[in-house]
Design a protein around this ligand. Structure first.
Ligand code: 5AD
Ligand code: FES
Length: 361
């Protein structure tokens, strides 16, 4: 592994001004971007694709984001919350299949969650020992809550910023602000989490410049994990009549992410697979190196519908495993059951490879 600074910006893209970077991006074909990203991904993660077992443990949500199928105003959504026993059983089953990372995801702002989650994490840790990583994805909470959850055994946290554009964020997420979200990401980092964030590609009102700023914000935040996926209009939301961008746009942005954040763990997301039958394979070929099979009990899976036409709802998460290994093989990669830390963790001094100067916007 090369440890010199240019490796972390292999194409020296951060030396370009915002406008020059935009011009560079627009003048590259998708094939070119994908091929560059493929090389960088091969140098960092080889042909490995890390697996995370995703457990969508509750679709209760107090937020009303315009794009989201489980927003509180969608009274058609059938609400559920898994019991502690159901979560423990799912994790135990996952362990028996070899999973070393579990992602516990839910809607936001549940008053009772902080205590419950801490209790659950202690129980989970008791079963798994230190070998396994737990990632939480439950939204914005006060820093003290993040601290308790960390103490109880959480390792990583996913909280997408959704868009880097403040006014677009405010329009799409009533009652929330981008700055609070960024503060939460700071808090998580300060509490010692491996932090992941990300955004949707093609939100209504998004421009190419916003998309590029989304990627640059991911670099500035020094994220260890970046989750992106196409925006998909849900029929029971105010954005029902909008259209998604073609999958190609998500693929181009995946490639750019890999070029600007060579160290990041980047999942090939279910949203990409839902927009295009080969969406996940295309993302893997463009530099993604993680898959998150949904191991939520099948009878509950149907109710966690952030967007329509979600794939793998009828398949048991365990059935997806064999399907996924074929899909991964089709792009010359291989499933790995390792815990799969970001390579960022392998270095002692983070300041070594980040130029503090952000790209001028
Ligand atoms: N289309 C695509 N992705 C969505 N998400 C929420 N709603 C949609 C949608 N309609 C994404 C958000 C959220 C993640 C869990 O799912 O980025 O952070
Ligand atoms: Fe779920 Fe193929 S990955 S059915």
């Amino acid at each position: 592994m090369c440890t010199t600074k240019p490796f972390f910006d292999p194409l020296h893209l951060t030396e370009l001004s915002f406008d020059a970077l935009m011009e560079w991006l627009l003048s590259r074909s998708t094939t070119e971007l994908v091929s560059l990203a493929q090389q960088v991904c091969a140098e960092t993660y080889g042909n490995k694709v890390f697996l995370r077992g995703l457990i969508e443990f509750s679709n209760e949500c107090l937020c009303d984001c315009l794009y989201c199928g489980i927003r509180k105003s969608n009274h058609k959504a059938q609400r559920y919350t898994l019991s502690d026993e159901e979560i423990l059983e799912t994790v135990k089953k996952g362990l028996s299949f070899g999973f070393k990372t579990f992602v516990l995801q839910s809607g936001e702002y549940r008053i009772e969650l902080p205590e419950r989650m801490a209790r659950l994490l202690y129980q989970l840790r008791h079963i798994t020992g230190e070998d396994v990583a737990f990632t939480l994805s439950c939204g914005v909470y006060p820093r003290e809550v993040y601290r308790e959850w960390k103490k109880a055994g959480a390792n990583r946290y996913l909280l997408r910023f959704e868009t880097s554009d403040e006014s677009l964020f405010a329009r799409l997420c009533p009652g929330k602000t981008l700055s609070k979200r960024l503060q939460a990401l700071d808090d998580l980092k300060a509490e010692g989490y491996a932090v992941g964030s990300g955004f949707m590609v093609g939100l209504p009102g998004e421009t190419v410049a916003i998309r590029l700023r989304n990627v640059l914000l991911c670099r500035e935040l020094q994220l260890e994990m970046v989750g992106i996926g196409p925006f998909l209009p849900h029929p029971d939301t105010p954005l029902a009549s909008e259209s998604p961008l073609p999958i190609e746009e998500t693929i181009r942005i995946t490639a750019l992410l890999r070029l600007l954040l060579p160290w990041a763990n980047i999942p090939a997301t279910t949203a990409a697979g839902s927009l295009h039958p080969q969406g996940r394979e295309m993302m893997l070929a463009a530099g993604a190196n993680v898959l998150m099979p949904n191991i939520t009990p099948t009878e509950k899976k149907h109710h966690y519908l952030l967007y329509p036409n979600k794939i793998c709802l009828d398949e048991d998460g365990w059935e997806c495993l064999s399907c996924l290994s074929l899909r991964v093989a089709s792009v010359g990669k291989e499933i790995s059951f390792e815990r799969g830390e970001s390579i960022l963790r392998d270095f002692s001094s983070p300041s070594f490879y980040f130029e503090k100067k952000p790209i001028s916007h």
